[in-house]
Design a protein around this ligand. Structure first.
Ligand code: ADP
Ligand code: MG
Length: 676
């Protein structure tokens, strides 16, 4: 099997240059990858219907004898039409084919075939247009249906797969060792591959699926264990002393019980002697930053360096400001590294880092670039981790010879799922908001309320508060979508002429963005009109209004994140969602936003509305795409695979034993194709 991953798709019979390109597009650049391109559905041909009672409009199978061979009947607009007629002993079926000269040779009079397609009724006649057909005696019972792409039909893919299956070595080297197969009653790989594509019957298909799901999850878990770096080897960065009390004396507020608990749990890891691998999950505004700061502080006071990676430049800068203000009194030196830092300064910063003159480095993914070297990196924190792929975190971890890892996320993921996604991971939950928070009210209104909304914004400004206004686009572009630039002009000239208005969007230069954000944080701007660049993490407690234009454009989790920008201080806040949308789904989302501010409930609803495919589909999790297993549905096999993966990993972390070589090849295959 491993060798088939090295064999280019073009070497297959019937796959030329053009078609090879299409296969690559589908994710099958090699013969091996094609075999792993499993059907997305199956057609069951084992129970053909009589013509007379065949369901109309949905595909079905009909077994009938050709009583009139295909004839060319007319040509129209370059199209040639072929007509034939078949009979099942009771009624007749009209068959039509377009532009398919081959049917002339393939369909013979008096022979019996299985036709598969949609039946339509035309007065008393029953018709099937362009059906697939197979000689009845050699017809498969179940047909694979593949995800197609333009120019590559399901049938063409099936044919290529059939060729690929012929190339399977005999005996095949099975990635799952025999013992393990036996223990879990799994069929061999060759059986599984043959039957997942061309099932002998439904039972064999089920068996094949079970084996391939198990295998995929096992491979995924092994890969995660490997890059997650959880190993039984002791940490080089065991903390000797806990400085939490000193840190709390620096904090301008008292930590919540939840914060204290999370710090305690993580501190036990740091003092314990094995590398920490912990996820801090807490809703927006629950105070994750302070938890991270406490741990960085202790690590640094123990003589190590720490790194904090944030998903956006704005957030990285904000963290640098907050943490530098908080920690510099303790003599801790904070550095900020972002992509937009001038080359000369980057160089200086890197030098300072390499000789240990910076204790805490904060930055965007620029942190993981190869030139960044630490002297003694003991703790890596990734904030709002759903924005990062596992590979990026792994790259950062690799810098320091297995430093402690702390991941912070506001995305509420059920625990079992988190375990699967992040591998072997410990979890702390911040289930409490800091005291004194006022509830944020949420309103969904139509655009004709805008004037009233602005007078509310104005009142807030008079009280000394600030507002965010979110628009979906940067510049006006024909659509009726609000744009940051046009909106800003209107506010300045018409809607709120006496207020201090600024705009922020991704096309601005980093320096400009910085300046705008700084002025807003200092309270020198009343209204910030922005794209969703402020979505994650931004913390300006004096802001009390979040106004979202075209609110129908955003998913629930995104709206929840946006709303998380307000209600961070002691003032009552309001989130106003403006939308003219009428469709049910958009209205349902807005309604949910108005009815709850609980991040876990919102995530649940999001899951319900969008379905797990979408929720986990757009790489929120940063995992490779799975080909057959379903994150939500296959929880049982997942746990099974996870415990097997741990056993294997403990005994052979490099997968270098002969019986694990096949697995190693699969891990490489799954994680190599993984672009994030
Ligand atoms: P998030 O969990 O969304 O990252 P932050 O760490 O940005 O939240 O904290 C949100 C706000 O709450 C910040 O302004 C922070 O200073 C403040 N905060 C955090 N912890 C406490 C606390 N225990 N008491 C009062 N305010 C707090
Ligand atoms: Mg945060």
């Amino acid at each position: 099997m491993a060798s088939l991953y090295g064999q280019e798709i073009q070497t297959l019979k019937g796959v030329g240059k053009r078609r090879a390109e299409l296969f690559r597009k589908l994710g099958a650049p090699s013969v091996g990858a094609l075999l792993r391109l499993y059907p997305r559905a199956y057609e069951d041909l084992s129970h053909p219907s009589p013509i007379r009672t065949a369901p109309l409009g949905t595909p079905c199978a009909i077994r009938a004898t050709v009583i009139q061979a295909p004839r060319e009947t007319r040509i129209r607009g370059g199209m040639t039409l072929y007509k034939a007629r078949a009979d099942d002993g009771e009624s007749t079926l009209e068959l039509t084919f377009f532009n398919n000269r081959f049917v002339m040779n393939l369909l013979r009079e008096n022979e019996t075939y299985l036709f598969y397609g949609k039946v339509t009724a035309n007065f008393l006649k029953r018709e099937m247009a362009s059906p697939e057909f197979y000689p009845a005696e050699s017809c498969p019972q179940v047909l694979p249906v593949y995800r197609r792409t333009n120019g590559l039909s399901s049938r063409m893919i099936g044919n290529a797969v059939r060729e690929a299956l012929r190339l399977l070595p005999d005996p095949i080297r099975d990635p799952i060792p025999p013992m393990l197969r036996k223990e879990h009653s799994l069929p061999r790989l060759d059986f599984a591959l043959k039957n997942i594509h061309f099932p002998g019957d439904m039972e064999s298909l089920a068996l094949a699926r079970r084996r391939l799901i198990f295998e995929e999850l096992l491979v995924l878990q092994l890969g995660l264990l490997k890059i997650g770096g959880r190993s039984r080897s002791r940490s080089r960065f065991q903390l000797q002393k806990d400085f939490t009390a000193e840190f709390y004396s620096l904090l301008p507020f008292s930590p919540t019980e939840a914060q204290k608990r999370a710090v305690r749990e993580a501190m036990a890891d740091l003092l314990g002697g094995f590398p920490m691998n912990r996820l801090i999950q807490g809703d927006v505004g629950s105070g994750k930053t302070a938890v991270a700061a406490a741990l960085c502080h202790s690590a640094i006071r123990n003589g190590m360096q720490a790194a904090l990676m944030a998903p956006t430049e704005i957030l990285a800068r904000q963290h640098a400001q907050t943490l530098s203000a908080l920690l510099s009194p303790a003599g801790i030196r904070v550095g900020l590294l972002t992509g937009s830092l001038p080359a000369a300064e980057k160089k200086k910063l890197r030098a300072a880092l390499a000789c240990g003159e910076i204790d805490l480095l904060i930055g965007t993914h620029a942190l993981i670039s190869a030139e960044v070297k630490f002297l003694r990196l003991g703790l890596v924190v990734t904030d709002e981790q759903h924005r990062f792929g596992v590979t990026q975190r792994a790259a950062l971890a690799a810098k320091g010879g297995r430093p402690h890892m702390l991941i912070m996320s506001a995305t509420p993921i059920p625990r079992t799922l988190a375990l699967m996604i992040y591998g072997d991971l410990d979890l702390s939950v911040l289930d409490e908001l800091p005291p004194g928070r006022q509830k944020t009210e949420t309103y969904a209104v139509t655009p004709d309320y805008r004037t009233r909304v602005f007078s509310f914004v104005k009142k807030q400004i008079q009280k000394g508060r600030q507002s965010y206004i979110i628009c979906p686009t940067i510049e006006e572009g024909g659509s009726d979508m609000a744009s940051v630039t046009a909106y800003t002009e209107l506010l300045k000239n018409k809607w709120l002429p006496d207020c201090r208005i600024a705009m922020l969007h991704g096309k601005m230069k980093p320096k400009e963005k910085e300046a705008v954000m700084d002025r807003f944080s200092r309270g020198e701007t009343d209204v910030l009109v922005s794209t969703t660049v402020v979505e994650v993490g931004v913390d300006v407690p004096n802001a009390t209004v979040m106004l979202v234009e075209n609110a129908e454009r955003y998913g629930l989790s995104q709206l929840h994140q946006l709303r998380g920008r307000i209600g961070r201080g002691t003032h009552a806040s309001a989130c106003i969602l403006i939308s003219a949308a009428q469709n049910d789904e958009a209205l349902a989302r807005l309604k949910i936003m108005c009815s709850t501010s609980d991040g876990f409930r919102i995530a649940e609803e999001d899951l319900k509305l969008r379905g797990p495919g979408d929720f986990f589909g757009n790489r929120q999790h940063g995992l490779p795409d799975l080909r057959i297993a379903d994150m939500m549905a296959d929880m049982g096999p997942l746990q099974e695979a996870q415990s097997v993966a741990k056993e294997i990993f403990d005994s052979d972390p490099e997968l270098s034993l002969p019986e694990h070589r096949g697995l190693r090849a699969e891990v490489r295959q799954l994680f190599e194709n993984w672009t994030d």
